[in-house]
Every structure is written in structure tokens, then in C-alpha cells.
Design a protein around this ligand. Structure first.
Ligand code: BG6
Length: 461
């Protein structure tokens, strides 16, 4: 076995975004409404109708990616831009034209497209028709949507991500438009939507391998790496349980093709029943991912709560609580800077699934950046990137098969809960929560830092 001693020559240095967070044009060119659009109607901070107007700035944005030197770009396709109602007979040609334009521009600039099929934006119509992901009908509709994407773009897209942060969607079912006044029923719908996502993805993994045997397909998992508050076995067990239920569940099903026993135990303890059908086990077994996308931001610390009755934490019913580690540099939004945690996390994933190819699909630092004289100084983001890229190389030297790194985010975008107040971009976009301003793009200091990282294949870190 040969160990790598640095980033491989063909390492894909990338950056990441998602459709509703950047595109805008939510009601243009035939696009149907999505759950993300509906959410935004209740808060002008999250206004997806304009977002950061990537839909109308696509040439300029790809030119900036080329200037940065990107080797990959991870973005998502909006399901309701392709199928306005989620399951129309024919796809919306204008939607297909937009993504063809983007993909062709990327390829022209030698940037590898890494495409997410579903990133938090279920077509509203599917929720109205049958309750969205909570209903098994969605399995077929997602399959047909994916098949259309393979037919339209599969000749040029070699890296596919099925669902972004599935466990988050299951744990916060409201993000999928799923409602219920009864908490237990809401949990049950959330877990059934989780199960339907497992089945739908397994069918799509199978289809992809059959159509394009050389392509890579996998989930984009939110990997929340947890540590116990102290050395006691009860806190260690709780922190492990949370990590399994929030993160490893998605990896285990995608790679091992069955529901893990810790999840079955959780369902039983929570009195949640899944709508199993005959043949489901074969679907899961026959459709597996061949790589992992990991969204990794920071570590968390957990301890057993003193309270008697279990509560909801990160959508999991449990008797644990999260503790802030004040020794770390903490951001304003419950994020800590703990880059060694990334190396630790990658070692754990590699121990569990040896040699599995890994793409870091998100990794980023939020700030309230300020534009001053056309410049944005973001030293904390540079520190964050530097630390994580350093540890990433250590993980590669440990033997972890990381093939691509795509920080969140390429440009400033609508944060899921805080709109434009909380910025992650390497490129500043001149708008804020109050006004659209002129939407001009300004590379931040971190853009120039990352440009050097790419040009030297990480030697400057
Ligand atoms: C990930 C999501 O959970 O974290 C992104 O995939 C999201 O869509 C990112 O933007 C950061 O979270 P937030 O809430 O700060 O936008």
C-alpha cells in the first residue's frame, strides 16, 4: 500500500453553493415554487425571488471561478426548475437550458461540475399533491427527476450528489413542508420521509451505475463530529449515539445497503413505525453509493442532561445537551474553529469504510463581512481555510482518500436562517438583508488566499 505524501496532482480544488441560496429568478422561465420559496415568503431576509441573482450573473460568476482557478464547482439543480410541479409529463426546457449553459461554461473553463440533485427545495406541488417526501409516491417522482438529469446532463457530469443533509431534513421535517400538530406524528412523518429518501436514492444509485458505470454518485452528508463533555462512558456513549443518528445513518445506508440496528432501536424506543413494503430490503441492497460527500464545519460537545425526560436536540429525541467549548475560537453562530476535528472525522470515516473516495462538499466560516473601498478583509475565514486545508493534507497522508475540497461558499448567499447577515463567500455580493443594492461581486481577501492554495496545490499552507 502506497501512502500519499501530499495533495494528489489531480486534486479537485472547488467551491460550493446551492440553487435557492444563489439563483434567484424563483418565479421566472417556468420555474415552479419550492418549499424554500414558500419559507422565504414569511421572511424578507430569505427572499429567494432574487437571492444573489446568480441566474442572471452566471457568465460573470463562472468567469470569477476561472479567475480563482477552481477545478470543481459543486452546485445544486432546482427540482422545480426542471419539473415545476415535481412530476410533470415533460421537463421545463428553459430550466434545462439554464443548467446546460452553466455546465457548458464550467467545462469550457476546465471546472468539473459536482451536481446535487436536491438541496432543501422540494417542489411545493408535491407537498400539496400528496404530502411530499412523507409519501412513498415521491420515490418514483424523484427517480424520474434523476433519470431526466442523467439523460440531459449525464454525458458531461461525472460527479452526482443525491440529497443534501438528509438527516437534517428528517429531523426538521418542516423544512420539507411537512406539518403536524402532534409531535409524535410529525416525528413519524419525518422518519418516513427519511426512509423514502433512502429508497429513492438507492434506486437512483442503481440507475446511475447502469447508465454511467464510470460516474460517481453518493449522498451529501452533514457530518457533525461530536465529542463527549468528559471521559465518562455515559457521556461518550451519548455523544456517539448522536453522531450515529445525525451523520453515520446516512453513510451506513448509502454504503452498506441496509438500515443499521442503532436506528431500528431508536425507532422502537421513539414508538415510530416505518411504512415498510416487501422488496424494500432488496432496493436498498442493490443500490449503493460509490463515494461520500461530507459537509463538515466544526465539532460539537455533548453531555448527558440532568433533566429526567428526553427533549429534542438537533431533531433527535434524546436526553443530551450541547455544551460550548470556550477554549476554541467560536463564531457568532454556534460554530467553533477546530480543524484537527476534520482530520479526526476523516480518519473515523475511513476506519468505517476503508478507502472510500470522499469529497468535502461544504466547509466554511460565517462572518458579518464589510465592504470597504472595494475590499473585504476576512482574516478569520483565511485562518479557518488555512487550518482545515493543513489538516486535510494530514488526513490524506494518513491514507484517507479525499479527492476534492469545496468550501462553503463560492459567493455570499442566503444563509438558511439568517439571510445575508451571515456570509460565507469567497466573493462578496453587494446586497444586504434590507436592500438589493447593486449585486456587484467583490473577491474577498480569502479569495486571493485560496487562489494561491489552488495555484500551488496547497504548498502555501
Ligand atoms: C449546510 C447547508 O447545512 O450548512 C447549507 O447545506 C447551509 O445550505 C450551510 O447554508 C450553513 O448553514 P446556515 O444556516 O448558516 O445557512
Amino acid at each position: 500500500f502506497h501512502l500519499q505524501d501530499d495533495f494528489p496532482k489531480n486534486f479537485l480544488w472547488g467551491a460550493s453553493t446551492s440553487a435557492f441560496q444563489v439563483e434567484g429568478a424563483a418565479y421566472e422561465d417556468g420555474k415552479g415554487e419550492s418549499v424554500a420559496d414558500l419559507r422565504s415568503q414569511n421572511s424578507k431576509f430569505l427572499d429567494t425571488s432574487v437571492s444573489v441573482d446568480h441566474y442572471h450573473h452566471v457568465e460573470e460568476d463562472v468567469a470569477l471561478m476561472a479567475k480563482l482557478g477552481l477545478k470543481s464547482y459543486r452546485f445544486s439543480i432546482s427540482w422545480s426548475r426542471i419539473f415545476p410541479h415535481g412530476n410533470d409529463k415533460e421537463p421545463n426546457q428553459k430550466g434545462i437550458a439554464f443548467y446546460n449553459k452553466l455546465i457548458n461554461l464550467l467545462i469550457k473553463n476546465q471546472i468539473e461540475p459536482i451536481v446535487t440533485m436536491f438541496h432543501f427545495d422540494c417542489p411545493i406541488s408535491l407537498v400539496k399533491q400528496y404530502g411530499g417526501w412523507a409519501n412513498r409516491k415521491v420515490i418514483n417522482d424523484f427517480y424520474n427527476y434523476a433519470k431526466t438529469l442523467f439523460n440531459e446532463f449525464g454525458d458531461r457530469v461525472k460527479y452526482w450528489l443525491t440529497i443534501n443533509e438528509q438527516s437534517l431534513l428528517a429531523n426538521v421535517p418542516e423544512m420539507n413542508g411537512i406539518k403536524d400538530n402532534d409531535l409524535r406524528l410529525l416525528r413519524e412523518k419525518g422518519e418516513n420521509s427519511n426512509y423514502n429518501m433512502f429508497l429513492a436514492q438507492a434506486k437512483v444509485y442503481r440507475l446511475c451505475h447502469d447508465l454511467f458505470p464510470d460516474s460517481m454518485i453518493g449522498p451529501a452528508v452533514s457530518y457533525m463530529t461530536n465529542f463527549p463533555y468528559d471521559h465518562t462512558s455515559k457521556n461518550a456513549l451519548k455523544s456517539k449515539n448522536m453522531e450515529d443518528l445525525i451523520s453515520f445513518i446516512d453513510m451506513d445506508v448509502a454504503l452498506r445497503g441496509e438500515l443499521p440496528s442503532y436506528y431500528l432501536r431508536y425507532l422502537e424506543d421513539s414508538k415510530i413505525t416505518l411504512d415498510y413494503h416487501e422488496g424494500d430490503a432488496d432496493i436498498l441492497k442493490n443500490g449503493r453509493a460509490n463515494f461520500l460527500g461530507l459537509n463538515w464545519y466544526s465539532t460539537s460537545v455533548f453531555k448527558l442532561s440532568n433533566e429526567e425526560s428526553p427533549k429534542m436536540l438537533a431533531g433527535v429525541i434524546s436526553n443530551v445537551e450541547k455544551v460550548t467549548d470556550d477554549r476554541l475560537m467560536n463564531s457568532e453562530w454556534d460554530f467553533s474553529y477546530d480543524p484537527v476535528g476534520l482530520r479526526f472525522a476523516l480518519q473515523k470515516v475511513n476506519d468505517r469504510y476503508p478507502h472510500i473516495p470522499i469529497i468535502i462538499t461544504e466547509c466554511g466560516w460565517p462572518e458579518r463581512d464589510q465592504l470597504e473601498n472595494g475590499q473585504v478583509h476576512d482574516p478569520k475565514r483565511i485562518k479557518y481555510l488555512n487550518g482545515h486545508i493543513f489538516e486535510l493534507r494530514e488526513a490524506i497522508k494518513d491514507g484517507v482518500n479525499v479527492i476534492s475540497f469545496n468550501p462553503w461558499s463560492f459567493l455570499d448567499l442566503l444563509s438558511v436562517n439568517d439571510g445575508m447577515d451571515k456570509r460565507y463567500g469567497l466573493v462578496y455580493v453587494n446586497r444586504n438583508n434590507q436592500s438589493m443594492l447593486d449585486m456587484k461581486r467583490y473577491p474577498k481577501d480569502s479569495f486571493y488566499f485560496y487562489q494561491k492554495v489552488i495555484a500551488t496545490n496547497g504548498k502555501n499552507v
